[in-house]
Structures are given as C-alpha cells and as structure tokens.
Design a protein around this ligand. Structure first.
Ligand code: NAD
Length: 503
C-alpha cells in the first residue's frame, strides 16, 4: 500500500460521518439545520460530492449572535487562568486530531498534505500562543499627570464575527478565533462556503476541550446571506475578516449602520525584488517557495518577481527548469507539491490569465496549461517578458502563477514594487545592507522580509497597507482589536475646577 492509498483509506474513515449526517451549524452548543436547507461541498480533486452543509442565513446568524451575546458575560468574567487552561486544551485537541484536520482540509480545498499537516499544527500553536497571553490581556498603563492619576484598562469588546476564506481555512480561522477567545470575546464564525469541513472540526474540538456552549458558534452559508447578516447584526461588535479586497469594502459598508469595528486582511500582489549582489541560489529557492507552495493560493505569495537585468537571463533559466520539475498531483500523496485549485470558479479565473498574458504580449515560459479534466489541476506557470503595467502584474491571480519583470536600477525596482493597489508583503534580496535599509524604508507593504521567505513569528504584527487591509494581528496587536481601551482618571488633590454660574 502506498502512502497515498493509506491516506485515502484514512480520509474515507474520517469522512464517513460527514457523508451520513452532513455538516450542521453549531449554535449555543447544539447542532442545528440551516434555515435555507443545505448546500453541497465538493472536492476539487475529482469534483465528487463530499457532503451536504447547513445553509444558514439571516435567521441562523440571529440565533448565533444571540447565543454569543448570552454567553459573553460568563466568558468575559471567567478567571483568566481558567480561560487559559481551556485554550491550552483546545491546542492539545488540535494536535491530537491534526491528521484528521489535515486530510479533510486537503480533500475540501485541494491543498497538499505536504503543507497542510504543518498548517494544522500551526493552528494549535495559535491557541497555545494566545493562551499564554490571556492573563495580561487586560493590562493597561499608568499615565501620571500633575493633578490626576490616569489609568488605562482593556475590556473585551463583546461578541465578534469571524469571516474566513477557503485558503488554509483551518489555520486562518484559529489565527482569528484564538485571540478573540483569549481576549474574552465570544465568536460567531462564518467559514467560506467552499471549505466548511475543518471549521466543524474546530468547534467540536473546542467544545470537547471545555469551551462553554455559545462561546464559539459556527454558521455555514454564503457571503451575501450569512456573511452580510453577520456584519449587520447589532449584537456583533466587530468583524475580523480575511478575504478579497472587494469583499473587504462590502464588509465596511455593511457594518456602517451598526458602527462595526472591522479588521480587514485582504489581497496582495507582492513583489520579490532580487538584486544582482544577492545570494541568487537562496533567492531562487525562496521565490519558488513563496509562489508555488500552498498552490499559490496564499495572500503573502510573491507573485511578482522583479529581477535585476544583469542576472535576469540566468535566473529565469534556472526558474524555468525548477518550475517544470514541480510535481502536480493528488494532494494526499506526500510527494505532491501542487494540488488542484479550490473550485471551478477559481480554476476558470486562474486559467483565464494564460490567455490574458499572451494578449498582453508576455511569454508563457513554463506551464500555462490545464492538467486533465478530472479535477481543477494546472501546471505551475511562469510569465516572462512582462512589464509592470500588464494585468498579470497588477491583478491578484491567487494561483501558482509568477510574473517575472526585469529592472535595471534600484529606483526603477522601487517604483515598480510600489506601483500596485496592494501592499501586503515584500521580499528583498540583496547583500548591500545600506540598500536594504533604504529600500525597505520606502517599500509600501505591511510586512517585509530581507533575504528570507515569509517566516512568521507570532508576536510580530501581521497585516497590510493600501488595498491589502486595515489593522494588524499578532501579539498585543490582536488584543487592540478585540478589546476596548478605557481611560479612568483619579484626582490626586484639589486641582482648580473652573466654576460656572458661581455666586
Ligand atoms: P472572498 O472575499 O470571496 O470570501 C471570504 C469570505 O467572505 C467567505 O467566507 C465569503 O463567504 C465571505 N463573504 C463574501 N461576500 C461577503 C459579504 N458581502 N459579506 C460578508 N461576507 C462575505 O475571499 P476568498 O476567495 O474566499 O479568499 C481568497 C482571498 O482572501 C484572496 O484575495 C486572498 O489574498 C485573501 N486572503 C488574505 C489574507 C491576508 O491575511 N491578507 C489571508 C488569506 C487570504
């Protein structure tokens, strides 16, 4: 039996229950059907039906928001150490079921087991990390003035909505839900309609770990129904959103009437800038990893390669050889590096750029083809002879597709790097320290790595500028979002109070 066969057998074991009962919503610790019936989730590997999913909308969101509101005071006031223990048990539960999470995620989204086994464990890390922050979450500052002792304190904002996309959905959900729970908020989670499986596993694990009913509620459904209703619900105080930039605009509009606080983690068209003085072998490895891992369905992917013209030919030749060697295949085969794209709609979008590139006058140097028609497979693709004005350089393709653009001077590289609506990440490869400092200072991005691929460190701020988002996650930045700051001033003496109407 091959490793692939073993994984398929295990997956079928894990899916059996979903096939029998479908995926209900989870509200106040109870399984409930969707008010709009069911929708179906299919696998991008072979387009087969996985299971029915409760189709929630306005009514379901209302019930979940009420449950989150009812549970809020109890969760907020639970002693921090008790909340911490529960969150640590959630991390342990994720670790214990990491294989099930990874296999289900791969089948639901097309992501490969090579990367998803680590993503499941990163989910556990998120819970562990924020569990460790629970005790100091409410800490404030003491700001003494001549007449007052001023203190600040933080309080959880209330029930919050978490709306997540389909790329690495489990990891991204934990990235939002763990800090919200650690801050003392209760949560209504609306997972992406294309990837409902692991959101169900997360709420099960959390409740088994002792999370009280109503603290985490999961409502499945579509953006225009359940997602919109969540943004508009008056009992939901904030929305943590991860998804496309244009959806981010809708989130803001929909929440305006109820004065929602929004945290938006949106799209990217991130540059990797390679200067000729860099360690070109490491730059090549990192550039390839950042666009072709996770099927290129990654907000932080380095989808624009800006390569100095003095080394362009050699660099692109090596790139073509490596890209042509990437293994596309069944996502549950541990050797597979790229699996199928998530849905028919996304596959159509990504593959449309193969023609757009040619129409714009670029060269398809590698890939640019579909693989079979059983599932949504494409060859990893490289466009060369491109310029920064082309659509393939400006639009987020969100697949394993890299656009290579030459530059001659640092000024030109900077100007092209910043000539985009987005500003999520940037990757700079140079051994000139002064240039690295100068360049990173001027590069418009929320996160930049120098001589490195994206290596996350949880206490550091995560987020983008421009159309890539508003707000930061990570460390204490997460608590800034999920908590309200409160100022209290105590007079320390008899300071003069201006008297009006005094006789
Ligand atoms: P999407 O915006 O289509 O959907 C994301 C979520 O929003 C889904 O749950 C969807 O149902 C919901 N939604 C859609 N319309 C809505 C509405 N009107 N109101 C409320 N909710 C609504 O995004 P996607 O296609 O699922 O995900 C891919 C996108 O996510 C890419 O643009 C990618 O760059 C971005 N992303 C960003 C980050 C980041 O940290 N910046 C991380 C991962 C993914």
């Amino acid at each position: 039996m091959t490793a692939l066969d073993t994984n398929i057998t295990k997956l079928n074991g894990y899916l059996e229950r979903f096939r029998e009962t479908g995926i209900p919503n989870r509200i106040a610790g109870q399984d409930v059907g969707g008010s709009e019936g069911v929708f179906q989730t299919t696998s991008p590997v072979d387009k087969s039906l996985i299971c029915d999913v409760a189709h929630g909308s306005v009514k379901d969101i209302d019930a979940a928001a009420n449950a989150a509101s009812d549970a809020f005071a109890m969760w907020r006031d639970m002693p921090a150490l008790e909340r911490k223990k529960i969150l640590i048990r959630v991390a342990e539960g994720i670790e214990a079921r990491a294989e099930e999470i990874a296999l289900c995620e791969c089948w639901d989204t097309g992501q490969t087991i090579k990367f998803m086994s680590k993503a499941a464990l990163r989910g556990a890390e998120n819970f562990r990390y924020f569990a460790d922050q629970v005790v100091q979450a409410r800490d404030g500052q003491h700001l003494q003035s001549p007449t007052l002792m001023n203190i600040t304190t933080r309080k959880p904002i209330g029930p919050v909505g978490v709306i997540t996309p389909w790329n690495t959905p489990f990891m991204l959900s934990t990235w939002k839900i763990a800090p919200a729970l650690a801050a003392g908020c209760t949560v209504v989670h609306k997972p992406a309609e294309a990837s409902p499986l692991t959101a169900r596993l997360l709420v099960e694990i959390a409740e088994e770990a002792g999370l009280p009913p109503g603290v985490l509620n999961t409502v499945n459904g579509f953006g225009e129904g359940a997602g919109k209703a969540l943004c508009e619900h008056p009992k939901i105080k904030a929305i943590a959103f991860v998804g496309e930039s244009r959806t981010g605009s809708l989130i803001t509009k929909q929440g305006a009437d109820t004065h929602k606080r929004n945290h938006l983690e949106l799209g990217g068209k991130n540059p990797v800038i390679v200067f000729d003085d860099a360690d070109l072998d490491r730059a090549l490895d990192a550039a390839i990893f950042m666009i072709y891992s996770i099927n290129g369905e990654r907000c932080t992917s380095s989808s624009r390669l800006l390569i100095q013209d003095t080394v362009r030919e050699e660099f692109e030749a090596k790139l073509v050889a490596r890209v042509n060697n990437i293994k596309v295949g069944h996502p549950l085969d541990p050797a597979t590096e790229i699996g199928p794209l998530v849905t028919q709609e996304h596959y159509d979008k990504v593959t449309s750029y193969f023609d757009i590139a040619k129409e714009d006058g670029a060269t398809v140097a590698a890939g640019g083809i579909k693989v079979g028609d059983e599932g949504y497979f494409v060859r990893p693709t490289l466009f060369t002879n491109a310029n920064n004005k082309m659509r393939i350089a400006q639009e987020e393709i969100f697949g394993p597709v890299l656009t290579s653009i030459p530059f001659s001077t640092e000024e030109e590289a900077l100007s092209m790097a910043n000539d985009t609506d987005y500003g999520l990440t940037g990757y700079v490869w140079t051994n000139d320290l002064t240039r690295a400092l100068r360049f990173t200072e001027a590069l418009e991005a929320g996160m930049i790595w120098v001589n490195s691929e994206n290596v996350r460190h949880l206490p550091t701020p995560f987020g983008g500028v421009k159309a890539s988002g508003i707000g930061r996650d990570g460390g204490d930045w997460s608590f800034e979002f999920y908590m309200e700051q409160k100022h209290i001033g105590f007079a320390t003496g008899q300071h003069k109070i201006t008297q009006l109407g005094a006789l």
